[in-house]
Design a protein around this ligand. Structure first.
Ligand code: TMP
Length: 193
């Protein structure tokens, strides 16, 4: 089963993945961008450069996704895969950044994933105040430097996408206590295994 953790930066996706790993033996942990050897190189280019044309940027994320699909996702579909991000980030960030049409991005992402989409999505949501406080505590990468309004618009687009595509999902409030969030996600996944 392919489970994806989605949400804008600082919502706590990786913290929850680390906590859930202890509850699920033998799960596959992975991430986009950077889940493969090629992906690690692409990730460095994407997050360190900062001055990449939006279409080039979208295509680099798609190259990472194609590689990730074939090397990590497809071979492990019989196991439990917990992935930090997916095509949902791919569409939402690119759509808000450069207003690339969602239809076009969907087509490109179907190509990159060969139609392999997540079985369920854990969608984290965060309010403006909490986001602002959390961003203040870290030095952002090239994408986080685009600011709070951009990130909240990305968050809104992520929610619209899971509805539009009718993907099974669980909405999680990033401001809830860590243990509550872990338990809710654990139950959601367990019911589907
Ligand atoms: P991370 O910090 O969660 O690893 O994600 C790296 C950054 O890349 C984050 O700001 C979200 C962004 N991103 C995109 O812009 N497009 C994508 O397709 C993906 C997967 C991530």
């Amino acid at each position: 089963m392919y489970v994806v953790f989605e949400g804008i930066d600082t919502v706590g996706k990786s913290t929850q993945i680390a906590r859930l790993r202890e509850r699920f033996d033998d799960c596959v942990l992975t991430r986009e961008p950077g889940g493969t050897a090629l992906g690690k190189k692409i990730r460095t280019i994407l997050l360190d450069e900062g001055n990449i044309h939006p279409r080039s940027e979208a295509l680099l994320f798609l190259a990472d996704r194609a590689e990730h699909t074939e090397r990590i996702i497809r071979p492990n579909l019989e196991r439990l895969i917990l992935s930090d991000r997916s095509f949902i980030s791919g569409i939402a960030y690119a759509h808000v950044h450069e207003k690339i049409a969602v239809d076009m991005l969907l087509q490109l992402n179907r190509f990159a994933t060969d139609g392999i989409f997540p079985d369920t999505v854990i969608l984290f949501r965060i309010d403006r105040e909490t986001l602002s406080a959390r961003l203040g505590q870290k030095s952002g990468d090239a994408i986080e430097k685009r600011g709070i309004d951009y990130m909240l618009e990305v968050q809104k687009t992520m929610g619209e996408l899971v509805d539009l595509l009718d993907i099974d999902h669980l909405v999680v409030d990033a401001a809830d206590p860590l243990e509550t969030i872990t338990e809710t996600i654990y139950q959601h996944i367990k019911e589907r295994l």
